[in-house]
Ligand binder design. Structure first.
Ligand code: SAH
Length: 258
């Protein structure tokens, strides 16, 4: 639809969609979508959220999926600014929280360099929301005083140095984008003397395709293989995983053998 350029007020909302279940977006997020002229959305956002946007709004998928045609970050940045200048309010809908491994700041920075006003609406990050939905608390009095959220895959492709440090702490360690690196990560915890540490792996948390595997450092690899866990998945290493209702039942055979 052609718009009268003189009346266009370019602005961008960086909006966190939450971990997958479309009901886990914030009310502020829904209100922003209702005022969108354009929605640029990612792979990890549920398309049901697009129904909140007005009929006239342009909806563009800009997901980066490995193996398929994918948008480079530069292309997304340019598209976002271009749409804002030509159509007005762009809602940039991102999985989880925009600033947790979401490259949200790069988008904010790019838009700001064009003097376009940016509003950030946080979302429930999978890092906290997905364990929480499983009734695994990321901290628990007397058990875990802190939690680390670490990427399994750094921009160089190597395992993050932070995982070595975290494995030697008492913190709950939540690893995003770590499924492919699970063997190396398990090694790191094993070398740190944590073979008995409880571990949970959750695939597609909060969605209908959700899968959960619970084990210990020394058993999790075979369990993940048996369950055919695939991305997107996150890893939770920590005593808090033992609070999961099914932990005792699932772990018992391993405890007995040891
Ligand atoms: N900004 C997002 C994270 C982006 S990185 C957030 O705050 O949640 C993408 C990674 O997040 C995935 O590879 C996976 O490790 C994790 N992830 C995102 N959604 C998930 C979900 N519903 N279940 C399990 N892991 C998820």
């Amino acid at each position: 639809m052609e718009r009268d350029k003189q009346h266009i007020e370019p602005k961008i909302t960086l909006l966190g969609a939450g971990p997958g279940d479309p009901e886990l977006i914030t009310l502020k997020g829904v209100l922003a979508l209702q005022r969108a002229d354009v929605v640029l959305y990612d792979a990890l956002t549920d398309e049901a959220l697009l129904n909140y946007a007005p009929k006239h709004a342009i909806k563009v998928y800009v997901g980066k999926r490995s193996g398929e045609h994918s948008f480079e970050q530069d292309a997304i940045n340019k598209l976002m600014v271009d749409y804002a200048l030509n159509y007005g309010h762009v809602v940039r809908l991102k999985g989880g929280d925009p600033f947790v491994f979401g490259r949200g700041y790069e988008e904010l920075d790019f838009a700001t360099s064009y003097n376009i006003a940016v509003t950030v609406i946080p979302g429930i990050s999978s890092a906290i929301g997905v364990p929480g939905l499983q009734q695994i608390p990321v901290t628990h009095r007397g058990m875990s005083e802190s939690f680390w959220v670490i990427t399994g895959t750094t921009s160089s492709g190597a395992v993050s140095e932070d995982i070595y440090q975290a494995a030697n702490s008492n913190a709950t360690v939540i690893i995003l984008m770590g499924l492919k690196k699970l063997p190396q990560i398990v090694d790191i915890f094993s070398v740190a003397g944590k073979n008995n540490l409880p571990v949970a792996v959750v695939q597609n948390g909060s969605s209908a395709e959700e899968k959960l595997v619970i084990g210990k450092v020394d058993s999790i690899l075979s369990k993940v293989a048996d369950a055919k866990i695939a991305a997107p998945a996150l890893l939770i290493f920590g005593e808090v995983v033992s609070l999961h209702p099914s932990f005792t039942k699932l772990i018992k055979p391993y405890v007995n053998i040891a």
